[in-house]
Design a protein around this ligand. Structure first.
Ligand code: PEP
Length: 250
């Protein structure tokens, strides 16, 4: 990782968490106030908790993010959330193009790119996810798939804007499986080359997060891999103690 890259460890709560879960977020913020982290830290709770979490963590180092947004600013899109609404609720980041959105909601690279532009217009920092399926990896297509997702999902307005990319092999998410460190490095180095060529300086300094079954006991070795600039963490971000174990591994 180049020194200019400021790492980010972000927790993706997915469709987990009720008001009672805010105690975990508060415990995390408290622990980071007592002992600061060597990384930026964010939590992306379900949309229902963003405003409450933002209020309760006001003044803390923990940034709040959404998990998706619509590409339009407003309109007849029942159930959707505009980027500006996330910002209005207290979010400063948003995860876009997560493999669960791509798989279960059929999101294409072009739709992800449109959402990224919407996020930027709303002043949100996008965390743009890419990753291959197991079939794609087994067919030796990982780098081809990643290149196509990076080219299609990261639009030109990212030049000059802060953003992060998350490399999340679909087969490693929530499975307990992780790629080898060499496989992680190969993809991260490829992503750095691609985004630097595509987006110049912004691409050279954007943190590239690894995501997929990161836990306190494997975080240390993963976070040391070249061009790994943090992590996107699902299951292990739900409990403050586990998430802190990952944050402290950096
Ligand atoms: C994720 O949701 O982005 C993720 C990486 O999940 P997990 O850490 O549970 O594999």
């Amino acid at each position: 990782m180049t020194t200019a890259v400021r790492p980010l460890i972000a927790g993706n709560w997915k469709m987990n968490g009720l008001a009672a879960s805010l105690s975990e977020a508060k415990a995390l913020a408290q622990a980071l106030a007592e002992q600061p982290a060597a990384t930026d830290v964010a939590l992306c709770p379900p949309a229902t908790l963003i405003a409450q979490m933002a209020w309760q963590l006001k003044g803390s180092v923990v940034a709040i993010g959404g998990q998706d947004c619509h590409d339009k600013q407003s309109g007849a899109f029942t159930g959707d959330i505009a980027a500006q609404m996330l910002a209005d609720a207290g979010a400063s980041l948003v995860i876009l193009g997560h493999s669960e959105r791509r798989a279960y909601h059929g999101e294409t690279d072009a739709q992800v790119a449109a959402k990224v532009e919407a996020a930027l217009r709303a002043g949100l920092k996008p965390i743009i996810c890419v990753g291959e399926t197991l079939a794609e990896r087994e067919a030796g297509r990982t780098l081809v798939v990643i290149e196509s997702q990076v080219k299609g999902s990261l639009p030109a307005p990212l030049q000059g804007a802060p953003f992060a990319v998350a490399y999340e092999p679909c087969w490693a998410i929530g499975t307990g499986l992780t790629p080898t460190l060499a496989q992680i490095e190969e993809v991260h180095v490829a992503i750095r080359r691609l985004i630097s060529a595509q987006l110049g300086e912004s691409g050279a300094v954007a943190p590239i997060l690894y995501g997929g079954s990161v836990k306190p006991d494997n975080a240390g070795e993963i976070l040391k891999v070249s061009e790994v600039g943090g992590a996107l963490v699902g299951g292990a971000s739900l409990k403050a103690a586990d998430f802190l174990g990952i944050i402290r591994a950096l």
